[in-house]
Every structure is written in structure tokens, then in C-alpha cells.
Design a protein around this ligand. Structure first.
Ligand code: SAM
Length: 213
């Protein structure tokens, strides 16, 4: 996501620890306490401006959502949206997905969402794709047995690559749509990128996969 550098973002983030959790490693194994309930925790990796997690949280008050985002300048926009929404079941983490296993215990995350992940089309950047095998290792470490990943994108190349990566890893495909908006799928919450690309007439690909027992 291209955004201008925002020098004020750091201060803004630091002044809202209730929403953008500081030192999230210290919460490992304690996320239920952080949310003050034992509801399942779903994370979106690469949450961008946060529309998906916030609207999912509004629609599903019995699920806790955590948006994980690398870029300070981007997550600060999710923070503004969250302040406005004022929901108790959303937190944001300004971290790299590489650090997920230092932040969550095994089974502490009930589901992983990947929405419009950066495609990194060059072969030499394969390891940066959030559906590369090393990331599948990390998700496996924080999910329970038979944990799920829900993935959507407008990028056909990334989608095909990801299906192959999931399959090679031994994940089970439980849902597939090659044109989500014409599929009759109910309850879809659009992300910022999804709205932008679907307005341009691009189709949206979506799948759900599950780790085997
Ligand atoms: N999910 C949002 C949507 O659909 O509108 C944003 C999509 S944007 C193309 C991808 C986002 O993933 C960017 O904001 C980027 O900074 C973030 N991202 C990429 N790699 C990441 C990583 N390793 N850890 C955390 N966030 C990452």
C-alpha cells in the first residue's frame, strides 16, 4: 500500500495503547485477558487501513479481531477508523507478520485472514509473499489443529501461486470462488482494496483452506 510517510504517526500510535497494543510480545498467552473474554480471536495479516477487521468486528461482536500491519503510516489510518468506531473487540498490532509466533501461543489465534496481500510478482521475492511456505509455518504455529486461512485477492497470479503453495503444504481446500462477487457468497465484507479493484471491473478470487489434523 503506497502512502506518504507520516512523521506524526508514531506519536499518534503511542497515544492509543488500548487500540494499538504496545509490546505485544508481553501479551503472548494472555490475549483473552487483553480482550476481557474468551471469544475466538481472528487476525488479518496486512490489514491496511483496517476496514475489514472493523466491519467484521461490528458484524460479529462475539469474535475478537486483530489487524496486523507493518507500516506505521498505514496503521495510523486504521487507528483513526477504530477510534471513530469505538469497538471493544478490535485491536491493532504494528508488527511484521514474521513475528507472529513471538506474540501468540499455539491455538491462541482461531483464524487467519489474508486480504489482497502484496503480490511480489518477481520470483526472487517469492519468500515475501504471505502465502509462502515459511508464513504457512508461522500461521500453523499460532492456529489450533485444523485451523483455517481465508484468503482473497484480485491478483490471478498470486491466487494461483497461493493455491499451489497451500496444496504443496498439505492444506485442505474447503471453499473456492473464482468470482466472489458473482458467487452468491453471503456476508462478504469488502476491504479497501477489494472496493477499489472491483469498481474497476476486476474479479475477486477467494478460498478457504484448513490445516490437516
Ligand atoms: N488488507 C488490506 C485491503 O485488502 O485493503 C490491505 C491490502 S495492502 C495491498 C497489503 C498490506 O499488507 C500493506 O498495508 C502492507 O504494509 C501489509 N504487509 C505486507 N507485508 C506484511 C508483513 N510481512 N507483515 C505485516 N503487514 C504486511
Amino acid at each position: 500500500m503506497r502512502t506518504r510517510n507520516k512523521p506524526w504517526a508514531k506519536d499518534r500510535i503511542e497515544s492509543h495503547p488500548h487500540y494499538i497494543v504496545h509490546e505485544p510480545e508481553s501479551k503472548k498467552g494472555l490475549w483473552a485477558k487483553e480482550f476481557n473474554n474468551t471469544n475466538p480471536i481472528h487476525i488479518e495479516v496486512g490489514t491496511g487501513k483496517g476496514r475489514f477487521v472493523i466491519e467484521m468486528a461490528r458484524a460479529n461482536p462475539d469474535v475478537n479481531y486483530i489487524g496486523v500491519e507493518l507500516s506505521e503510516s498505514v496503521i495510523v489510518m486504521a487507528l483513526e477508523r477504530l477510534i471513530e468506531a469505538d469497538l471493544p473487540n478490535v485491536k491493532l498490532l504494528n508488527i511484521n507478520a514474521n513475528d507472529l509466533t513471538t506474540i501468540f501461543d499455539k491455538g491462541e489465534v482461531a483464524r487467519v485472514y489474508l486480504n489482497f496481500s502484496d503480490p511480489w510478482p518477481k520470483n526472487r521475492h517469492e519468500k515475501r509473499r504471505l502465502t509462502f511456505s515459511s508464513f504457512l509455518d508461522l500461521y500453523k504455529t499460532v492456529l489450533p489443529e485444523e485451523g483455517e486461512i481465508h484468503f482473497k485477492t484480485d491478483n490471478q497470479g498470486l491466487f494461483e501461486y497461493s493455491l499451489q503453495s497451500f496444496s504443496a503444504y498439505g492444506l485442505l481446500l474447503t471453499y473456492l470462488s473464482l468470482d466472489l462477487h458473482k458467487s452468491g457468497f453471503e456476508g462478504n465484507i469488502m476491504t479497501e482494496y477489494e472496493e477499489k479493484f472491483s469498481k474497476k471491473g476486476q474479479r475477486i478470487y477467494r478460498c478457504e483452506v484448513r490445516y490437516p489434523k
